[in-house]
Design a protein around this ligand. Structure first.
Ligand code: PEP
Length: 245
């Protein structure tokens, strides 16, 4: 049985005052699904204090090294020390803005596991790749190259996030989401064995909102969502959590 996960990615949004939104999410977070909020690094410590156990807190990236001369970066151990239990890795905005490749994501994932963090690892195709019918090849390649050996249902969550659906209001059809999620499940089972492959949670991400959440959550092998814009306010995120519960 996979515990459903409603994960929020606040990206570069949020000040201390924004943490009051966690209070508004706390009641819904007591339901059957797990709730995760990944605020900017500046808020991880305060958020984990404010969340009082009902809401898991995560980082949005970590460095592949444990410490050292990497100005501006944050290590997995630092996130853990600040109260995080998760970290998002390989988000398409990191891959684009910071030229991160699968090999970088893999090294960061190993560092996160070493520090004891659960990883939400993002994969997804561009519009050009989808239109060229290359989606499954792209996703298969990203899974093969960015997920290290040693994955389990206790250290890895995969988020399928078509790049063209992030922040655009465009959402794949439920058939398109189902095709990718079934494919990812099969790939994970093949590589890690049925037990592990079936235990890794698979999230969909890209323009999820209250009005489309229920339909998306009904798709096979969708175990929850990674939500950007609609996770910033309790009024928007709570209905998504409730659709999952
Ligand atoms: C995201 O950034 O991971 C995301 C899915 O964003 P949005 O929900 O705003 O499309």
């Amino acid at each position: 049985m996979r515990t459903k996960l409603a994960a929020g990615n606040w990206k570069m949004n949020g000040l201390k005052a924004s943490l009051s939104e966690l209070e508004g999410m706390a009641e819904a977070a007591k339901g059957a699904s797990e709730v995760l909020i990944c605020p900017p690094a500046t808020l991880v410590a305060a958020a984990s204090g404010a969340a009082s156990g009902d809401i898991a807190i995560g980082g949005q990236d970590c460095h592949a090294s444990a410490s050292g001369a990497h100005t501006g970066d944050v290590s997995a151990g630092m996130l853990k020390d600040a109260g995080a239990t998760y970290v998002i890795l390989g988000h398409s905005e990191r891959r684009t803005d910071h030229d991160e490749h699968d090999e970088d994501v893999r090294a960061k994932c190993e560092a996160a596991w070493e520090a004891g963090l659960m990883v939400v690892l993002c994969v997804g195709e561009s519009l050009e790749e989808r239109e060229a019918s290359n989606t499954l090849d792209i996703i298969g390649g990203q899974l093969a190259k960015s997920v290290p050996d040693g994955a389990t249902g206790h250290n890895l969550v995969i988020a399928y996030e078509p790049i063209w659906a992030i922040g655009t209001g465009k959402v794949p059809t439920t058939d398109q989401i189902g095709e990718v999620h079934d494919f990812m499940r099969a790939r994970l089972e093949k590589r890690f064995g049925e037990g592990v492959g079936r235990s890794v949670r698979l999230l969909y991400g890209g323009s999820v909102k209250a009005s489309n959440a229920e339909e998306i959550f009904a798709v096979s092998n969708v175990d929850g969502a990674l939500v950007g814009g609609a996770s910033l306010k309790a009024a928007d995120f709570v209905p998504i959590i409730e659709a999952l519960n």
